[in-house]
Write a protein that binds this ligand. Sequence first.
Ligand SMILES: Cc1cc2nc3c(=O)[nH]c(=O)nc-3n(C[C@H](O)[C@H](O)[C@H](O)COP(=O)(O)O)c2cc1C
Length: 216
Amino acid sequence: MHVLIINGSPRVKQHSNTDKILESFTQGIKENGSTYEQYEISDKKQWEDIRKAYYSNSNILIALPLYVECVPGLLMEFLETLSPKGDGTRIAYILQSGFAEGIQLRCGEAYLEKLTGYLGCEYAGTLVKGDNFSIRFFEGEMRDRVTGPYKEMGREYAANAGFNTDKCKAFTGYEILPLHLRIMLRIIQRTVARTMFAKVARSWGCTRPLGYRPYQ
Ligand SMILES: Cc1cc2nc3c(=O)[nH]c(=O)nc-3n(C[C@H](O)[C@H](O)[C@H](O)COP(=O)(O)O)c2cc1C
């Protein structure tokens, strides 16, 4: 199987969490001999090539981050330039986000199924997963811990030409975090995470505290 992969994030490739997820995911795809070509929506110079690839490929995977509960505006702008195909082309999606609970991605997921119909294509399922805010802050082993599991999902996708399997559905994890995890997260946010984000901000040249409110 050959797959056209579109990274739908407006963030440039270097800083895109979606790109780091795809790095791991595509390792899984390659294992069964499948091939892929990947494009970035963030680079408008690629749009003409992406359009050509959309019309000439029959397996398409759009990987996108949740931005304000749904599809990033730049990706929508691109999608609006496409015409419906009606030739049995299959589109699958990786929908990933910052917040961890599966429930907050379900509205976006429902839209993606409709979108596939608007494009005259067959829906091949959506891999839904949150808790990805920090990928770009991590390196090495810490990053691998978050992105590594997507390799197995790449294998699943290649074997089933989509995400409609129990394994892919279970990949989401918690729909709503149980109370004890919410309490633990609150503590982590106020301690370890606060220190970590302050450190990242300093390394990016921030000279004021993160809670600085100049207009108050
Ligand atoms: C403008 C903006 C809006 C976002 N909106 C949401 C949101 O509604 N829900 C959520 O869980 N994460 C949200 N996020 C977090 C991103 O989905 C998350 O960090 C994702 O991994 C970013 O992927 P990318 O780096 O490839 O763009 C938002 C991030 C940005 C920058």
